[in-house]
Design a protein around this ligand. Structure first.
Ligand SMILES: [Zn+2]
Length: 124
């Protein structure tokens, strides 16, 4: 009788343990693969919110303070592909995909910042 009871308990415990492990893995991977959103500011006002978890390749035209910028989004990364600014720093910055590296175009007062759930931890 005891042996049978033990086996029944194991049948109950093993799936529970497996479920716990799976839940833990999902939680851990979700923390690192959190859905990212890029927010585009012009003179401190949000003009565009871009969902970076959407991997579709697309362009956004942003009206900056002194001209237009073209923002290119693909595969969870964002970059300024075209800008009328004299130094082209924003274009030269290239692709950005993490929350610690905002793209700034001072000339156009454009600021692109990537937000995730861990945003508050990453803020300086
Ligand atoms: Zn620029």
């Amino acid at each position: 009788m005891d042996k049978k009871k033990l086996r029944n308990d194991l049948f109950l415990i093993i799936p529970l343990l497996l479920a716990a492990v799976v839940a833990l893995i999902i939680l851990l991977t979700r923390k690192t693969n959190q859905p990212l959103v890029a927010k585009v500011y012009v003179s401190d006002a949000i003009v565009e919110t871009i969902d970076l978890s959407d991997k579709t390749e697309r362009d956004y035209t942003i009206k900056g303070k002194n001209g237009e910028l073209v923002i290119h989004v693909h595969d969870g990364k964002i970059k300024v592909s075209k800008s009328n600014c004299p130094h082209q720093d924003c274009v030269n910055q290239g692709e950005v995909s993490d929350i610690n590296h905002p793209i700034i175009c001072a000339y156009n007062e454009v600021y692109i910042v990537i937000n995730g759930q861990a945003n508050h931890d990453a803020e300086i």
